[in-house]
Ligand binder design. Structure first.
Ligand code: XBP
Ligand code: MG
Length: 253
C-alpha cells in the first residue's frame, strides 16, 4: 500500500480558527442580536467538546442558561448561527487567522509529489471557502479533490460520517491515506473510517486523548522552525514533508 492522499481537518488543524475566528464570531453575533451571552475563552474550551455551531449553542443554553426558553428554538438557533457564519466570513476576509506553521508548505510539496488532497470538517462550507480563499487564494480551493464540510452528512464528528463521505467520493482505500487532525473528536471520526491520523495539537486540545495517533506534534514545523514531537517514533525529521509522511505511512498504515 502506498501513500496516495492526505485528508485535512480544518478548524484547529489548518489554522487556529476556533479562538480567533469562531469564538469571536459567536460573541459578535450574540451582541448584534442583543443577547447578553458572552463566551469566555475558558467556557469555549469546554463548549468545543460539542462539534457544530448550532449544536454548540444548544448545548450552551441547556447547560449554562437553563432558564432560557424559546417557542421555536431550532429556528432561533439557526438564525443566530447564520449571522455568526456571516461574521466569521467577514473576519476571514479581514485576515483574522493565518494558517498554522507548515500547512502552506506541505500543501505545495504534496501537490508537487502528486498526492491527492481533500478536506473533512464539521464546519459550514462557507467557512472553509473563506479561510482557504483568504489565506491561499481562491484558486487553492481547486487543490482539494473533495471538500467534505458541514451537514453534507447526517452526523458530525466524532461520528465517522464525514470521513466515510470523503473516502467514498475519492474512491480510495483509507490504507492509502493519512488524516490530519487536532482534536479527540476528530481522531475518533477519522479512526471510525479506518484512517491513520497525524495530530497537531493546539491550546484547546493539548490535553486530549489521542491513543490512535501515528504521531502527535505541536505543529507541522518549518525548515527554520522545527516541530516538537509530543509522542511518536524517534526521527531525524524536524518538519513534516512528504518523505516523512511516506515513512510514517510505511510503518503505521
Ligand atoms: C470544528 C467545529 C465547528 C466550528 C464551528 O470541527 O466544531 O463546529 O467550531 O463551525 P472540525 P460552524 O475541527 O472537525 O472542523 O459554526 O460552522 O458549525
Ligand atoms: Mg479540528
Amino acid at each position: 500500500m502506498s501513500l496516495e492522499a492526505l485528508i485535512f481537518d480544518v478548524d484547529g488543524t489548518l489554522a487556529n480558527t476556533e479562538r480567533d475566528g469562531h469564538l469571536v464570531a459567536f460573541n459578535l453575533a450574540f451582541e448584534e442580536l442583543g443577547l447578553d451571552w458572552v463566551w469566555s475563552n475558558e467556557l469555549y474550551h469546554e463548549l468545543l467538546d460539542v462539534t457544530g455551531g448550532q449544536l454548540r449553542i444548544k448545548h450552551y443554553l441547556k447547560n449554562h442558561k437553563p432558564e432560557f426558553t424559546h417557542d421555536d428554538l431550532d429556528n432561533f438557533v439557526a438564525s443566530i448561527h447564520k449571522l455568526k457564519t456571516k461574521i466569521y466570513v467577514r473576519l476571514m476576509a479581514e485576515g483574522a487567522v493565518p494558517l498554522r506553521p507548515g500547512v502552506e508548505r506541505l500543501f505545495a510539496e504534496a501537490r508537487e509529489a502528486g498526492l491527492r488532497l481533500a478536506i473533512a470538517t464539521t464546519t459550514t462550507p462557507a467557512n472553509v471557502d473563506a479561510l482557504i480563499a483568504n489565506t491561499l487564494g481562491r484558486e487553492a480551493l481547486d487543490w482539494f479533490e473533495v471538500i467534505g464540510a458541514g451537514d453534507v452528512v447526517p452526523n458530525l464528528k466524532p461520528a465517522g460520517d464525514i470521513y466515510h463521505y470523503v473516502l467514498e467520493k475519492m474512491n480510495i482505500d483509507p490504507k492509502n491515506c493519512i488524516a490530519f487532525e487536532d482534536s479527540h473528536n476528530g481522531i475518533v471520526s477519522a479512526t471510525d473510517a479506518h484512517l491513520k491520523t497525524l495530530i497537531t495539537v493546539n491550546e484547546y486540545t493539548n490535553s486530549h486523548q489521542f491513543d490512535e495517533a501515528i504521531v502527535i506534534l505541536n505543529n507541522l514545523g518549518e525548515p527554520n522552525k522545527p516541530f516538537t514531537m509530543i509522542e511518536g517514533d524517534a526521527t531525524d525529521a524536524t518538519f513534516v514533508n512528504v518523505d516523512y509522511l511516506r515513512g510514517l505511512h510505511a510503518k503505521h498504515c
